[in-house]
Design a protein around this ligand. Structure first.
Ligand code: ADP
Ligand code: MG
Ligand code: MG
Length: 874
């Protein structure tokens, strides 16, 4: 088995094996771009290492190292003329800042002088590189606490009388190296390794091991990245951005990753190495300014960026280093971007003739569209602006300022909304970032850790608000004379970068305003991109998209959002409010007359409800579900009644009605109401109840032009149940000249398994995947998520709650069986889904695959489902 690949041997399609970084380094090498030579140790080797604790390919590494030494004309760590390398993690999916990289491997007490000689006698540079190695190696390979090094560095700066690490001279750095070695010895019980090859092997093992670091595990869970992929390791010949003013390091995007606008975007830092840019240690300069400093390198970089975009046909992000005027490419990949940028870039690429609309539609997701439908701030009342930073990840977030990730987690658990405020974030802040509504930092640009991670999570982020003076110890920040302490409410706008004091009200986003018909489709780049892509998805999709709506208002809004009917109108809310009294009379009725009288009063009320819905959805189907929940849900709680009755009796009063209600509640009590007297069972047991609803539906339909009612019977498990209700309903329907379809929900596993029989009595099936999941797994939906799902997710029993995204293998199989057997028994049978899953992107793809006719979801999910249905069909 081959475990090691030179960059010449790989290509971008080998991400599984070489990781994203390695595959793209190989791709750039083979494109003829200036990449320092190196090799990649595969993810296979990582998995072997994680199992055995040993690197499985020592000899192969030796062979590739020897080849690298030949190419470079230097030997690793050679005292006179050392080759140095970086040891870089790189998994299949990018996990920014999650895993480790060690630079300058090969430096020792002996080779540090050789490095200085290489650099034309630049001692300062050599010692700076050495102290960086001990720091990175100590921290990431040997687990020495990073603060120890940070403190020593602060002390050194203090001694040298400088505030900036550039102000440290060679002799300061030399002393710092001694301090660092002391720290290293103290924490590891050994001296800093002086054998270059041992350094290399330890670093490789550490990078492999970092796959299972807590923060990496957490990040993968959050991003739904499988836990067993492993990371590759890239060993790359070092190039140096810290060789003086004509050197430097930078990151760049071929388009703006926040807005998608054309034009390069990036940050550059002169005389710096590696992570200095991303960490926000010093303030960077905009990439454009590089043109004035080093035009030749700048021009070459622009040419390369154009070439990369042409090659990858997408936005690329890049890491580069300039060593004494020579440009080196250190990384590229198809770059992360905000939801807005994804839409804008996709349509720009169409206009540039790079991709077609099908491809553009595949480049965006329903989850991104959902993000664009988040509200934005309403600034009409001119809220007090504290400062402005860089809008790094869009959204409008309001919450209490918190300065510590653990506090953020604790407060979020208490149900508080918080904004995590930091100088800059690092991977240890991840749990706090997840818990917060938004993130605010005082340092770093659009490429900082905070920005990159927040964009990935779709979380609002403002970074680089450099007027903020953040004092973590005191738990406060000051800006412009204002002091904001932990617990004070602030509002941050991740689009504009503005930070406000207090709670700013929010308003519908431009995309929602467009859906509402209040914005012209071509009003701006984003709205126009959404419009074009959704229009295309609509042309492509086979699935129709309906909405779940119980009121005329919801129906009207969903129709503006593109709904093609109602897939689920729940009728239970029609029994609430002032109608409770009628329902109580129905339940307490002692005679048929009393019952019929109560039903007769409910009838016109229900009819009006339906009339409104049918009007809003004229010409489109409206599926009305007959009443589903157990009737005792409409009665007051047992305890309340018991107290009322007891108090009345105590006072010697007649509890009257309350006593009757209490008796009814006691009589109707069920241990497992979700498996009790509900759904079709109510229709079979309570005379006239379903008949009243059917009559209300039919009368309403007869009074509205072009009404298309469909009656849906819930909780059917046997065809006989449906036949009985159907016969009763048909009698009523016959009295009117309206066409009404009658179908059933498939939500009891038995219904799915006897779908062929049930089809005989149904015009349509609508999968109630909430109950089907509940009964299929035996999970009480209202209890399990909080109780033990965390453990299931931790163990990987499922990667996402089956109530959120359909369980394809189990519950999905029930759906598949019901579609196949239902359709075989009755080819004209119509299929839809009305559970929460109807608006979940992955589930929509599944419903497309199994051949449903439509999905139905909440009004706000309708555009998401339209887009995903289109993507599923392409
Ligand atoms: P990450 O995945 O966290 O970005 P990288 O492996 O890309 O980590 O490396 C961290 C930093 O070190 C980056 O800025 C990268 O450009 C820089 N770097 C990595 N290898 C080299 C090298 N051989 N020479 C110079 N800089 C390097
Ligand atoms: Mg990188
Ligand atoms: Mg149900």
């Amino acid at each position: 088995q081959k475990f090691v690949y030179d960059f010449e041997e790989g290509n971008r399609d080998l991400k599984d094996l070489l990781g994203g970084k390695g595959a793209n380094l190989a791709e750039m090498t083979n494109l003829g771009l200036p990449v320092p030579p190196g090799f990649t140790i595969t993810t296979d080797a990582c998995r072997a290492y994680l199992e055995s604790g040993e690197i499985p390919c020592g000899d192969e590494i030796s062979a590739h190292l020897a080849a690298l030494e030949n190419t470079m004309g230097r030997r690793l760590g050679d005292a006179a003329d050392p080759l140095l390398v970086s040891v870089r993690s790189g998994a299949k999916f990018s996990m920014p800042g999650m895993m480790e990289t060690v630079l300058n491997v090969g430096l020792t007490d002996a080779s540090v002088a050789g490095l200085a000689a290489q650099a034309g006698g630049d001692e300062r540079f050599a010692w700076d590189s050495y102290r960086r190695l001990i720091q990175m190696f100590g921290k990431t390979v040997c687990g020495v606490p990073g603060e120890e090094f940070d403190h020593a560095l602060e002390d050194a700066k203090h001694r040298a009388g400088t505030r900036d690490d550039v102000g440290l001279a060679a002799e300061h750095l030399k002393m710092l190296v001694d301090d660092y070695k002391g720290i290293f010895r103290e924490h590891t019980g050994r001296d800093f390794p002086q054998d270059p090859r041992e350094q290399l092997d330890l670093a490789i093992g550490a990078v492999f091991g970092s796959w299972n670091a807590d923060r990496a595990v957490l990040y993968r869970r959050q991003e739904r990245i499988p836990a067993d992929l492993g990371t590759a390791v890239n060993v790359v010949a070092m190039v140096f951005g810290n060789l003086g003013a004509d050197s430097g390091t930078g990151v760049a995007f071929t388009r703006d990753p926040a807005t998608g606008e054309r034009g390069v975007y990036g940050d550059y830092l002169a005389n710096a190495q590696g992570e200095d840019v991303v960490a926000g240690i010093r303030n960077t300069m905009p990439l454009q300014d590089l043109e004035g400093r080093d035009k030749a390198s700048y021009d070459e970089l622009m040419t390369i960026m154009t070439k990369l975009e042409e090659h990858y046909k997408d936005l690329c992000d890049i890491e580069f280093t300039i060593e004494r005027g020579k440009l080196w490419m250190l990384q590229t990949r198809v770059g992360k971007r905000t939801a807005a940028a994804a839409f804008v870039i996709a349509t720009h690429l169409v206009d540039e003739g790079v991709i077609d609309l099908d491809e553009a539609t595949q480049r965006v997701t329903g989850a991104q569209l959902a993000q664009l439908m988040f509200p934005t701030f309403d600034l009409a009342d001119e809220p007090e602006q504290l400062t402005r930073g860089v809008g790094a990840s869009p959204g409008a977030a309001v919450g209490k300022a918190v300065f510590d990730a653990q506090h953020a987690v604790a407060m979020a658990k208490e149900g508080e909304q918080v904004i995590l405020v930091r100088r800059e974030t690092n991977p240890d802040d991840l749990p706090g970032m997840i818990a917060a509504q938004g993130i605010l930092t005082s340092r770093g640009g659009k490429t900082s850790h905070a920005a990159v991670v927040a964009r990935g999570m779709g979380k609002t982020c403002v970074c680089g608000a450099d007027q903020l003076d953040v004092n973590l110890h005191k738990g406060q920040f000051t800006v412009d004379g204002h002091v904001v302490s932990e617990g004070d409410v602030i509002s941050i706008d991740g689009t504009t970068g503005r930070v406000y004091l207090g709670e700013v009200p929010v308003q519908p986003s431009p995309v929602v305003q467009y859906f509402e018909g209040k914005l012209d489709p071509h009003s701006d780049a984003l709205v126009s991109a959404v419009h074009r892509i959704l229009t295309h998805a609509d042309e492509r999709r086979r699935l129709r998209v309906r909405t779940n709506a119980d009121t005329a208002d919801d129906a009207a809004r969903a129709r503006r959002f593109g709904a093609q009917g109602i897939g689920l109108c729940r009728t239970e809310h029609m029994f609430l409010g002032e109608r409770r009294g009628l329902v109580e009379r129905l339940i307490l009725a002692r005679t048929a007359e009393q019952r019929d009288a109560a039903l007769a009063e409910l009838l016109p009320l229900q009819r009006d409800d339906f009339t409104g819905l049918f009007r809003e959805m004229a010409g489109l189907p409206v599926t009305v579900r007959l009443i589903d929940p157990p009737l005792h849900e409409f009665l007051p709680p047992l305890e309340d009644l018991a107290v009322k009755v007891a108090v009345a009796e105590e006072r010697g009063e007649d509890p009257g009605h309350d006593k009757d209600l209490l008796d009814a509640v006691r009589r109707m009590h069920e241990e497992n109401p979700m498996l009790g007297l509900r759904g079709v069972r109510l229709g079979l047991v309570i005379p006239g109840l379903f008949a009243m609803q059917v009559r209300a539906i039919v009368e309403a339909a007869a009074s509205v032009e072009d009404a298309r009612p469909e009656i849906m019977v819930p909780l059917v498990g046997a065809v006989q149940e449906l036949e009985t209700i159907r016969a009763e309903a048909e009698k009523i329907i016959k009295e009117f000249a309206v066409d009404v379809k009658i179908g059933t929900m498939i939500e009891v596993p038995r219904a799915a398994l006897t779908a062929g029989d049930i089809a005989q009595a149904a015009d349509f099936f609508s999968f109630g995947t909430n109950d089907l999941t509940q009964m299929g797994w035996g999970f009480s939906r209202d209890d399990v998520e909080g109780a033990f799902f965390w453990r299931y997710l931790e163990l990987g029993i499922f990667g996402v709650s089956p109530f959120e995204s359909i369980d394809r293998d189990g519950v999905g199989r029930l759906v598949r069986i019901a579609v196949e057997e239902g359709r075989a028994a009755r080819p004209e049978l119509h299929f839809g889904v009305c559970g929460e899953h109807g608006g979940d992107p992955d589930s929509v793809h599944f419903f497309h695959e199994v051949g449903l006719d439509y999905v139905s979801c909440s009004p706000f999910r309708v555009p998401v489902a339209r887009l995903e249905a289109g993507r599923a069909a392409i």
